[in-house]
Design a protein around this ligand. Sequence first.
Ligand SMILES: *Cc1c(COP(=O)(O)O)cnc(C)c1O
Length: 388
Amino acid sequence: MKDNHFETEAIRTQTERSQFLEHSTPLYLSSSFVFEDAEDMRASFTEEKERNIYSRFTNPNTSEFIDKVCKMEGAESGYAFATGMSAVFSTFAGLLSSGDHIVSASSVFGSTHALFTKFLPKWNIETSYFNINDVDKIESLIKPSTKILYAESPTNPAVDIIDLELLGKIAKKHNILLVIDNCFATPYLQNPIKFGADIVIHSATKLMDGQGRVLGGVAVGRADLIREIYLFSRNTGPALSPFNAWVLSKSLETLAVRVDKHCENALKVAEFLEGHDNVSLVKYPFLKSHPQYEIAKKQMKLGGNIIAFEVKGGVEGGRAFLNKIKLLSLSANLGDTRTIVTHPASTTHSKLSKEDRMETGITDGLVRISVGLEHTDDIINDLNQALN
Ligand SMILES: *Cc1c(COP(=O)(O)O)cnc(C)c1O
């Protein structure tokens, strides 16, 4: 972000006004755009002219959304996708070739894990994993064919923190790319490019939308790398729809105030959970008890809205707790205005073996809570009655 503050750019970064001089950016639902003449058409297709041709390539609404995220992350360039997963996949597909190798944290989003284990190997792209509590091992996993170092922080669902500055140094030393999924933090709380990330990915479905309405994804970073990701995407078609881009761009206008309140609420809920007799462990980045509290403080502005906690009584304890919830939602999303609770061991991560679950910190009684914007007294009352 060069000129103005984060909040200002979130509101004032706007696509050019049309002839109607609208104040708020309108929705440009148009699959294609017209040319003046044959020469205009030729120059547009050869990219001598930068302009909208077809909405699979660019569209005024998606461009506005991308420009905002670039300013928020301090990135040169970006591309927006239909979902967070298409952003993750297109980043790998755009940047990697057969025979390339990835080094990743073992604790990553479930579908990203499936990409590493089931799909990328089809194109002879293999992944090696490091445990986030064993970052000293990372360098020993790097091979001549390693192209990407990949991680999320905070991690989903165990809310562990990885030292981004350390990852940046390792990537630089070995001349490999650092790709960070910054979804849980949002660009408001953490900017991985500052620590050496080359590409930053977001599932815009989560806190960027923030109201559980649309799916979306975005990748921003070094212009030469984004160019490769863009060319792959423009030809394979995972583009974000103009409607969803319009919703997301409006949502970013309030990202800072929403995330501030989400974090304030989450800290209160985390403190309540820490004091409850039926809870054996609470992981929230800005609680002093978090194992990577110091690192969280160094790289994040606030602690985020996700808490992981351990209900006493294992898998059955976790499920019994969920069954007693009255106000809060049992749902697969996160980063919504509505507080959401999930039990990863019996749902999103039930397909993993017990060893793999333990490796990624998903213990039997682990509950993940995405703290919303309801009044904290009501959130805590519901959690309290379910725990008792
Ligand atoms: C949800 C999520 C994704 C995938 O995003 P979709 O928009 O659901 O495709 C990727 N990474 C993280 C950390 C997520 O939480």
